[in-house]
Design a protein around this ligand. Structure first.
Ligand code: BGC
Length: 414
């Protein structure tokens, strides 16, 4: 009997202590699984724990987040949405329209987000005037990365035009070097395509084609030239490219197996995580052409029951836009802070280039949303474009045929 009383008392004590310990919790769905990405998300995880939060990790591997978005849909459809989700661009508003996002305006207002975020970034985070997502960073997509030693050994400067890029690639190929490290996955094909498109179309026509979805620009001769360049790019990759993950392509540049990669600055996160030094081991330059393709990572909170989860969402949102987090996270991630008031003195030369060109392009009207990374249009349209890009890249389809398919596919998706 005594024993029973003791057991019951200790059960009560346990229950009481777990109530006392209950606090903010969050299950966080994201696709940050490469070396540099994992190091970055760990910063958020640590800050969350240091502030009393309990983090349940839900990583879904797959660059660009396609697999993560499939997992998200399955969870929401089964009525069991994760508390916080890496989500960006118009997909935020698409989920809001489904009626499944939580309103985080209380946190945003208390923390004065409108005062510390550029208006263009804040606009992506709002749904009918309320705050529905928290921005983490600004990634730039139109970058050229290179192995410094390979370039100097072959007497090659960072190309400043696509003609120079082609000349460099051909020289490298003749010397037995793989010119372009690439992974044959649809989103990587789309990444290269939009970078080439910005370079060859120019900012104004890029906007017409990939923001306004203007059929004349999509079907123009300039677009034929973009596909012609894509055909040349196909010739510069090695035969093992199908299915290769983007970070393995970055490793090829790092290890001297290939000269260049065209990829957003999450690639810099990989170089840095491996201890490589910009300007010494690897080079960064904006890809040929004027403009800046931005890709802002953000987290949206889903409607969930329970005070612990809601507290977790509020804490997470607050930390994400916090000044210290924005610095430390972005030093690891390769991006620059979304906040305008973070000191940049600890950031490297590539980040400084990104920050100054972002300001300049904003003034010149050439700051553009990345289509390949879900910032420019809704999923149905970007999916239609990517299908054509990848079908062209992986076949001998002519450029004229690709442009015809492109205009048709976009028209059908509207
Ligand atoms: C995301 C980055 C991520 C990259 C590769 C992009 O769409 O914005 O944060 O590192 O995909 O997975």
């Amino acid at each position: 009997m005594k024993k029973y009383v003791f057991a019951a008392a200790s059960t009560l004590a346990l229950a009481a202590s777990s109530i006392a310990q209950a606090g903010p919790e969050a299950e966080v769905l994201h696709w940050w699984t490469s070396g540099g990405e994992a190091k970055s998300v760990a910063v958020l995880q640590q800050e969350f724990s240091a502030n009393g939060g309990t983090w349940t990790d839900m990583p879904v591997a797959g660059g660009g987040g396609d697999a993560a978005m499939t997992a998200l849909r399955a969870r929401v459809l089964s009525g069991n949405a994760p508390t916080a989700v890496q989500l960006k661009g118009p997909a935020i508003q698409e989920w809001y329209e489904e009626g499944v996002l939580a309103d985080i305006s209380n946190v945003a207002e208390a923390e004065g987000w409108d005062k510390v975020l550029p208006a263009s970034i804040a606009a992506h985070m709002k749904c009918e005037g309320q705050w529905c997502a928290a921005p983490v960073n600004v990634h730039r997509v139109d970058w050229l990365w290179a192995n410094a030693e390979i370039l100097s050994a072959n007497g090659i400067e960072m190309p400043t035009s696509w003609d120079e890029f082609n000349a460099a690639a051909e020289k490298l190929q003749a010397a037995g070097v793989i010119p372009l490290a690439h992974g044959g996955q649809a989103w990587q094909d789309a990444t290269v395509f939009e970078v080439v498109a910005l370079g060859l179309l120019g900012a104004e026509d890029f906007h017409k084609a990939f923001v306004e979805l203007d059929p004349t620009t999509l079907g123009s001769d300039k677009m034929v030239a973009v596909f012609d360049q894509m055909r040349r790019m196909r010739g510069y990759v090695d035969s093992n490219f199908p299915g290769r993950d983007w970070n393995l392509a970055t490793s090829m540049v790092m290890n001297g197996e290939a000269a260049f990669q065209i990829m957003g600055d999450w690639a810099k996160g990989e170089f840095m995580a491996a201890g490589k030094v910009p300007g010494e081991d690897f080079l960064c330059a904006s890809a040929p052409g004027a403009g800046f393709l931005y890709n802002v990572d953000s987290f949206a909170m889903f409607d969930v029951d329970g005070a612990d989860k809601q507290d977790g969402q509020a804490l997470l949102a607050k930390l994400i836009v916090g000044q210290n987090f924005q610095k430390v996270f972005n030093l690891n991630k390769g991006s620059i802070p979304a906040r305008v008031d973070v000191a940049m003195d600890e950031f490297d030369s590539c980040a400084h280039l990104s920050a100054s060109e972002m300001t300049a392009s904003s003034e010149e009207g050439s700051l553009l949303p990345s289509y390949a990374h879900g910032m420019a249009m809704r999923g149905a349209q970007s999916g239609a474009i990517t299908d054509v890009v990848t079908a062209h890249f992986n076949s001998d389809m002519s450029s004229a045929e690709a442009v015809k398919m492109l205009t048709q596919a976009v028209a059908n998706s509207l």
